[in-house]
Design a binder for this molecule. Sequence first.
Ligand code: HEM
Length: 565
Amino acid sequence: MYNASATVGPNIDRRQDGDSPYSNYQRSKDVKNPRFAQACLFLAVVVLVRAQRRRKGNLPPGPEPWPLIGNIFDLTSKELWVRASDWASEWGDVVYLHVFGQGLLFLNSYEAATDLFERKGALYSDKPQLVMCNELCGCENITAFTGYSDKFRRQRRLMTKVLGPSAIPSYYPLLELETQVLLRRILETPEGYSAHIRRYAGSLTLRIVYGYRVTANDDFYLKLAEECGDILSNGIAGGGFIWLVDVFPFLKYLPTWFPGAGFKRKASKWKAKIEEFVNKPFDMVVARMKDGTATHCSVTTLIETSEDDNMTDAETDTDARWTSMSMYLGSLDTTITAVLSFLQNMMFHPEVAAKAQKEINSIVGPGRLPTFADRLDLPYIEAVFNEILRWSTPVPLGLPHRLMEDDMYRGMYIPRGTLVFGNNWHMSRNPALFPDPDAFKPERYLDKVDDATAIKMDPRTFVFGFGRRGCPGSNLVESSLWIVVASFLATFDIKKATDENGQIIEPAIVYDDAVFRKPNDFPCSIQPRSASAAALVEQVSALASVRCLRRRLPRPLDHRRVEPD
Ligand code: HEM
């Protein structure tokens, strides 16, 4: 489709230069009647685009594109997953669009996503090398944007060391401790619940990745991470990652002062922030390692256990820096989204919260908080946990993969370079698997189903993405989110807030983020279930503070190398 515009372009130029064989009559007619020229241009593009489609075979179905600009008007910067789901209902589980010739493919079923991302993983695991995101904003070393290369494999191996399934149990004490600190903050100032959750999410990963303890809501590293998360999801990725400069790369040579080069000014500001985010916390750990005060953490593990003798110190350092930052970045908005969605659903479904609390009362009792050792004995909490993952789908369209070679799938042609999205939002709303899919019903996970259906219903098979680029943090979430859910339900009632007249405020839930299905703050009342629950929170968090000061993060149990593919 790029070719189409390239073919039409020179004809226009020649006509303007005045050296074409066009007669004066023809030229003056065009000038007088620009609509005629536009119509010719339009028809030429339609013919070329159609011819190209025919030549290449059948592209997957999708909304009809405009000539040249494609489906640009079909895209939205907010809740694109809802629109993508509408396309899925109309066009099926493989939907194709293009924007200025850049193909976008939406895989709307578990079958299509696993066929392409998993069975054809060698073709579908690359990342778009976007001019704005990677070149101008300097994101090419962030794991989620790194191409399918040795650098990607090295980064994923490093992540497996610190986030692999066998490493997680060593974080249990820390996960329990950070959860207790979160409960105490909520007890003290429940109206600030959203800030507390943000602090919890940042603090947990800062502890795990950098061994750094957050001491205030406006902590420098927390704010830096939030700022960069916002820059990435609502700045750089705001329009589905595609900027005009990605379509016309020569625009990157415009001087920054040039009218229309605002994107370059933004890019240099964003790049500086991202570099600060990569370097400042990492340099802090390196300085602490030098003076012997570093707490054991992912960064120290990555530096101490570096294994590749073929790499220079500088390369090892770059890998460790960007891998650490990628984990921190990847964990923040996702965790916040999942915890906020949990609160939101408990607020709207007091009957679910009551049933969960009854189970906790009977198994754990009132005198202590649930621990990981209780997990197998709490099937209803497990069902609530599964339903939170399914219902919230924190990253509804995943992150785009790039197809490395032309491919055929079910007789449809998918061009090389197409950006491919796993629409896990649509999968989570599949009525065949999840009747009444928008309803929050943990009971659906208690019904007896055959093994194949159980696998398809398991939200872990779709909410964390697919194949070789699937989320490396899923093992951590499996534990960190579970302990938050169980501890919250054990100690707090989550209800709709009331106004000064005691009238219930019906909260409107708004999703504003372009990448994460993160609800904006909503009014909500969070009160301890009883005086003894409040006392329990105070007691465990007082102990937690003492342990916080003393404790060193235990070493992950397993440093074996595990290849991502
Ligand atoms: C509820 C929590 C989370 C959800 C739902 C989630 C979901 C996802 C999804 C859908 C992807 C894209 C996968 C794909 O491209 O197919 C992803 C990628 C990623 N996630 Fe998570 N995530 C969560 C938490 C975390 C945590 C806690 C970490 C780190 C500690 C993390 C680190 C990453 C990284 C580094 C990537 C990029 C992987 C790559 O491109 O190779 N995520 N995540």
